[in-house]
Design a protein around this ligand. Structure first.
Ligand SMILES: Cc1ncc(COP(=O)(O)O)c(C=O)c1O
Length: 407
């Protein structure tokens, strides 16, 4: 199916605006994506017509809000093909989801002398929570190295796996350079030794169909705000067999069964991991984002974004001094690059004045930048509402800025 991009763009009101008198070119989708009107309207409508605290009160509005909130869980379950509804837990975001697993799984299963495997490609969100639990427990963090082209070295991964490994936590797609990891093979290898695997899917879910049962991952995490949904909502998918074994992450209302000063018992899944009043409005808004994506189709999104990526890289590489990082054949629609002698921050500032929104710097992946021997990159990350014409504007802006530096 050919996407009608002009029609699609009308669904995203923010894209119509100008910045500094120039047409906005929004290429910072890996940081957060823009929201279609259906999502914005759902938030307003919730606060106008439904606002109420869920699960507890026995009144009309509370029931309505509870039903809408739980429908979102069903929508997410279908979206990622989770076997059970109670395997879908709402959190604040990917960071929160990973912290939940590191803390709760860690407390129960990770002890002194154990090992946790991550990779060099990780976002800080999938590094620091594991460092914290390793420090607390006396376990060791082991890191899968990457090649110069930004790919996990699989044989090194195989060498790291051993009977002390208690969990493998890797990203599905690198936020900094777009590499898509061979997560199916990574999961399969770990499972041969009965080791569970957490996949950080923050940068994958916006771009490709994710089927957690097919992947057979044990945990999968992502953020609504990167998938055209509201901020402040994250998803933790976890296999029932692990979630049932794991102790609560936070204590408070909702997550309990019975409380007394002598002993507290806990609610069943998923509520055991949803302490306190959740972000009801934004969870409900996320349902609309998923429905919207489904109408366009993730396969269509993937193939259109891939053609944008190919076009952008082809144009960019023609500019003298440009070096693109991440040369894997199959990447998400992220182009990360530097231009000889020009600091990424300076370039970002100049093209911002020309209406282009990109991200510059280390992209919360400092260990990866260290490995690549750079301080940071300019990252253009594209979504399905971006156009070839915007890439042309972007390329012209880069050329203009480069000429300014060289004068
Ligand atoms: C790969 C990856 N993991 C985790 C995160 C953290 O997501 P959030 O800030 O929504 O918790 C990000 C955000 O950029 C990311 O790109």
């Amino acid at each position: 199916m050919n996407l009608d991009i002009n029609k699609i763009r009308k669904d995203f009101p923010i894209l119509e605006q100008e910045v500094y008198g120039k047409k906005l070119v929004y290429f910072d989708n890996a940081a957060t994506s823009q929201k279609p009107s259906v999502v914005i309207d759902a938030l307003a409508s919730y606060y106008k017509d439904e606002n109420s605290n869920i699960h507890r009160a026995a009144h009309f509005l509370a029931e309505k809000a509870t039903v809408a909130y739980e429908e979102s869980r069903k929508e997410v379950q279908a979206f990622i093909n989770a076997e059970h509804l109670h395997e879908v837990i709402f959190t604040k975001g990917t960071t929160d989801s990973i912290n939940l697993v590191a803390s709760s799984y860690g407390r129960k299963f990770i002890q002194e002398g154990d090992e946790v495997i991550i990779s060099t490609l990780e976002h800080h969100s999938n590094i620091v929570p594991w460092q914290l639990i390793c420090e607390q427990s006396g376990a060791k963090l082991r890191v899968i190295p990457v090649s110069d082209s930004g790919e996990i070295i699989f044989s090194e991964y195989e060498n790291l796996l051993n009977e002390k490994t208690k969990i493998v936590a890797v990203t599905h797609v690198s936020n900094a350079i777009g590499t898509i990891n061979p997560i199916k093979e990574i999961i399969k290898k770990a499972h041969e030794m009965d080791i569970p695997v957490l996949i950080d899917g923050a940068q994958a879910v916006p771009h490709m169909k994710v089927d957690v049962m097919e992947l057979d991952c044990d945990f999968y995490t992502f953020s609504s705000h990167k998938v055209y949904g509201p901020m402040g909502v994250g998803i933790l998918y976890g296999k029932e067999k692990y979630l049932n074994e794991m102790p609560p992450y936070q204590g408070g209302g909702e997550m309990i069964d019975k409380v007394s000063f002598e002993k507290t018992t806990f609610n069943e899944l998923p509520f055991k991991f949803e302490a306190g009043t959740p972000n009801v409005a934004d969870v409900i808004g996320f349902k609309e984002a998923i429905k919207y994506i489904n109408t366009i189709g993730l396969d269509n999104i993937s193939s259109y974004e891939n053609s944008l990526l190919q076009y952008a890289e082809k144009q960019l590489i023609k500019i003298p001094g440009v070096h693109i990082y991440g040369s894997k054949e199959h990447k998400a629609s992220v182009v990360s690059f530097i231009i000889e002698d020009i600091h990424s921050y300076d370039m970002g500032m100049i093209i911002d004045k020309l209406g282009i929104a990109v991200r510059t710097g280390h992209h919360c992946a400092q260990p990866l930048m260290d490995r690549l021997g750079i301080q940071g990159t300019i990252r253009a990350s594209m979504a399905f509402y971006n156009t070839f014409e915007e890439i042309d504007i972007f390329i012209e802006s880069i050329k203009k800025a480069r000429a300014m530096f060289n004068n």
